[in-house]
Design a protein around this ligand. Sequence first.
Ligand SMILES: NC(=O)c1ccc[n+]([C@@H]2O[C@H](COP(=O)([O-])OP(=O)(O)OC[C@H]3O[C@@H](n4cnc5c(N)ncnc54)[C@H](O)[C@@H]3O)[C@@H](O)[C@H]2O)c1
Length: 327
Amino acid sequence: MQEHGYWGLRLFSRKQILVTGGAGFLGSHLCERLLADGHDVLCVDNFFTGTRDNILSLLDNKRFEFMRHDVTFPLYVEVDEIYNLACPASPNHYQHDPVQTTKTSVHGAINMLGLAKRLGARIFQASTSEVYGDPTVHPQTEDYRGHVNPIGPRACYDEGKRCAETLFFDYRRQHNLNIRVARIFNTYGPRMHIDDGRVVSNFIVQALRGEPITIYGDGSQTRAFCYVDDLIEGFVRLMNTSDDVTGPVNLGNPVEISIRQLATKIIELTGSRSPLLSKPLPSDDPLQRCPDISMAKRLLDWEPTIALEQGLQRCIAYFDQVLRASA
Ligand SMILES: NC(=O)c1ccc[n+]([C@@H]2O[C@H](COP(=O)([O-])OP(=O)(O)OC[C@H]3O[C@@H](n4cnc5c(N)ncnc54)[C@H](O)[C@@H]3O)[C@@H](O)[C@H]2O)c1
C-alpha cells in the first residue's frame, strides 16, 4: 500500500492515512497538513460538531476522500496509519449527549484499535489534559494520575478519554500494537466553532460583536493556549518518531495567562469596547491547567513557536470573516 520514492532529498513514503473526526477543528488542520506532506487522506466524520465547510477546500484534492461514518460502529477500510480524533471536545458539545460522548470515546477506540490490529497499522489517540481532571499538581507531568470526578457533568468526556487510554495501552500489551497517545492541552485557531463555549472563541466573538465578555468566577483561573499549527506539528512528530515511543505525551503551550488577562488582550487586539461581565464558575471547572512539556521537548524536539498575540490575531481575522459572511 505504501509507495516509496525520493521527495526532495529525503526518502518519502506516501501513506494512506485515516483521520477520524477529520471534519472538526483539529482534524481539518491535520488532514490539510498530511495532504501537504504528500499522503492520501481518508477523512471519517459523522458531522456531529464537524462541518463540510471545514474540509471544503480539500474536497477537490484527488488524494482526499471523505466518508460519513459514526466511529461507534465498526469500520472496514485499508490504511497504513490512523489518527483517532473523533469526539466532541468542548463542554457544551460533549455534555449535549453525554452517553454518546462516552460511546464515541470508548466504542470509537475499540473500533479503531480493532481496525489497527487487523491492518497492523500505527494508531494515534487524541487524548486530553482533561484526564488530569482538576489537578492537584502543577504543572502537570505525564506521570500525574489525575484528580477526576467520575460522576460529574464532565465525566463523560474525562472518563471516556481515560478509558480510551487504557484500551490503547492494553492493545499495546496484549497485541503489541504500535500506539501513540497525545494528551492535548487547550488549543485554539481558525475553524474553532463559533458557539462552542470555549474561552478563546467566546471572547473573540463577543468582542467582535461588541457584546459583554463573560468571565466565569473572578477570572483569576489560568489556562495555557497552544496555536493549532504548533499542535499539528507535535501530532506528526509523535506519529513519526521511533517505535518505542508510545506516550502519553503532553502537547500544549506552557505559557500561562489568567482568563481576565486573556479577555483584556482580546479587547485590545480587536479594538472592542466590550465590558467584562462576571458569572458563577461552573462545577468541576479546573482552576489551573498548564502542561509540563519536557517529555515532548526531549522525545520529539518539539515546543510551540507561535506567540499568543500572533495566534490570536489569526484567529480574530478568521472570526471576523465568519461573522461578516453570516451578517
Ligand atoms: N481542541 C482542543 O483544545 C482539544 C484539547 C484536548 C483534546 N482534544 C481532542 O482532539 C480531538 C479533536 O478535537 P476538536 O477540538 O477538533 O473538536 P471538534 O468537535 O471540532 O472535532 C471533533 C470531530 O469529531 C467528529 N465526531 C464526533 N463524534 C463522532 C463520531 N461518533 N463518529 C465520527 N465522528 C465524530 C465531530 O463531528 C468533529 O468533526 C477530540 O478527540 C478532542 O477530545 C482537543
